[in-house]
Design a protein around this ligand. Structure first.
Ligand SMILES: C[S@@+](CC[C@H](N)C(=O)[O-])C[C@H]1O[C@@H](n2cnc3c(N)ncnc32)[C@H](O)[C@@H]1O
Length: 185
């Protein structure tokens, strides 16, 4: 684990050398969304992370086909990735699209949208930076909204429009979904 942390730290330090901001997608799956986003926003530097190697390889293939040099995919666990972002580098924005819902109560602790995670992300965000959350699992949407509402570093921003639409794999399978934008205070 210590070895993985160190290699992630080194990889990120190199990738982000000379950069002060980037767009982060957590649990990027096959990379559809971020590839489209990076293509439409050449000025943004984008990194997608997922814990499943095969999904990262698929994302990488999309990146190569699209010839995008402002996009990277990395196999990493989200909280470990967050810990290894170099000092002084901030998130321009964050996307969490159709995260694993962990429906059983005893598994809720595995959900990514927790107060501690939001505190750690907030340390890496300038005021006004937005975290975009979308899910098709209504109880998770309610719980995540509540966590944001109670959090001192974030405010819900229903007036902010969703910045970019591109259907993800899980979105294409969903009958309905809900979106929430949290803005760093
Ligand atoms: C339900 S899928 C959604 C994938 C994609 N966002 C979409 O909408 O098609 C959730 C993804 O999050 C990844 N994931 C789950 N927990 C993670 C974690 N702690 N860190 C990074 N990725 C994670 C999973 O491997 C999976 O690819």
């Amino acid at each position: 684990m210590a070895e993985r942390r160190e290699s992630l730290r080194a990889e990120l330090a190199q990738l982000l050398q000379g950069r002060s901001r980037f767009v982060w997608e957590v649990g990027c799956g096959h990379g559809h969304f971020l590839t489209g986003f990076a293509d439409a926003h050449p000025e943004a530097f984008c990194i997608g992370v997922d814990i499943i190697e095969d999904r990262i390889l698929r994302g990488e293939r999309k990146r190569r086909r699209a010839e995008l040099d402002n996009l990277h995919f990395m196999r990493a666990e989200a909280t470990m990735f967050l810990e290894q972002v170099p000092e002084g580098v901030l998130f321009e924005s964050v996307f969490i699209l159709f995260p694993d819902p962990w429906p059983k109560k005893r598994h809720h602790k595995n959900r990514i949208m927790q107060a501690g995670f939001l505190s750690d992300v907030a340390k890496r965000c300038a005021p006004g930076a937005a975290l975009h959350f979308r899910t098709d699992y209504a109880p998770y949407f309610e719980a995540a909204t509540e966590v944001v509402r109670a959090h001192p570093d974030w405010r819900l921003s229903p007036e902010t429009p969703w910045p970019f639409e591109l259907e993800t794999v899980f979105q294409s399978r969903a009958e309905a979904y809900q979106s929430m934008i949290a803005v760093r205070r």
